[in-house]
Design a binder for this molecule. Structure first.
Ligand code: KIV
Length: 312
């Protein structure tokens, strides 16, 4: 516990104490969304800016951290102020933001737009961007070039690279160039077609390969290893076998951190949800009801009312 990140002394000028921004400027302090327990949790475990070293200390202290996807400044700001330690600008944006059926078409240019938006909204969280399919596999040099763009033009603090031991050389080159890398193993959506669809990875003997992949990536310098759709006991074994923290999605409770796609977690996604998702809200219904009420008010003339109108 002694290694748990310390909260630095706060002054009124520090961003974490400033009034939150609305779309048009500072919000009324009384309506600040980050008060109470969420703010306490954020302050207790993280410094002003969460860094990769703090994630490592979470693991050493036996603590867990939360990671959530984000694609825009507004939601990033809300998640940040709720105390989420890591924001992932996932290439899942291809699915949940752009309505595409896979992540494969995501471009670096598109990732840069989402990255800048999230960075603009996050004062405290570590922001990680996915390295898009086709922008790194060809060579370690290509991986370095894309990683540099994401950090330099996108402003993110680290990147995430899909792939096992075959990507160790790429990760090594990126780390040597000063790019912090989170490795992503198990089910890797960019390899959806190669893997034969969305299926659990690492069952049976493949569990050994997963551990070997994780070790190779740690040895190459990855600061964390994310596992997607992996049996819980295998993921726990990988976490126990590594010094670096792990993150899980559909990988049970034995990883250091957990990640979810925010639209899944807040109940905005339509249709069947994956087994590993817990819905903490039903935003789809909330939004549909609110928009329906707005439409009805417009049609019946109840909106705008006098208080929404200007005098001459
Ligand atoms: O793109 C993404 O959102 C991800 C998470 C599902 C881990 O890679």
């Amino acid at each position: 516990m002694s290694e748990t990140p310390q909260t630095p002394p706060q002054t009124p000028q520090q961003p974490s104490q400033q009034a939150p921004q609305t779309a048009r400027g500072p919000a009324d302090a009384e309506t600040a969304p980050y008060s109470g327990a969420a703010a306490d949790r954020a302050a207790e475990f993280t410094p002003r800016r969460v860094r990769t070293v703090h994630l490592r200390r979470f693991k050493e202290a036996g603590e867990r951290f939360a990671m959530l996807t984000a694609y825009d400044a507004t939601m990033a700001g809300i998640f940040d102020r709720a105390g989420v330690e890591v924001l992932l600008v996932g290439d899942s944006a291809a699915n949940v933001m752009m309505g595409r059926s896979t992540t494969l078409s995501m471009t670096v240019e598109e990732m840069l737009v989402y990255s800048r938006s999230v960075v603009a909204g996050a004062e405290r969280a570590l922001v990680i961007a996915d390295v898009p399919f086709g922008s790194y596999e060809a060579s370690p040099q290509q991986a370095v070039e894309t990683g540099v763009r994401l950090m330099k033009e996108g402003g993110v603090h680290a990147v995430k690279v899909e792939g096992g031991a075959a990507m160790a050389g790429h990760v090594r080159a990126m780390v040597a160039a000063g790019i912090p890398v989170m490795a992503h193993i198990g089910f890797t959506p960019q390899s959806e077609h190669a893997l034969g669809g969305y299926r659990v990875q690492g069952r049976g003997e493949a569990g050994e390969r997963l551990l070997a992949d994780a070790r190779a990536l740690e040895e190459a310098g990855a600061f964390s290893v994310l596992m997607e759709m992996v049996p819980a006991d295998v993921a726990a074994e990988v976490d126990a076998g590594l010094a670096v923290p792990t993150v899980g999605i559909g990988a049970g409770s034995g990883t250091t951190g957990q990640v979810l796609v925010w639209q899944d977690m807040l109940g905005l996604t339509a249709g069947r949800k994956p087994r590993f998702v817990r819905e903490y809200a039903d935003l789809r219904s909330t939004v549909a009801e609110a928009v329906g009420a707005y439409r009805e008010d417009v049609r019946t003339g109840r909106f705008p009312a006098e208080e929404h109108s200007f005098d001459d």
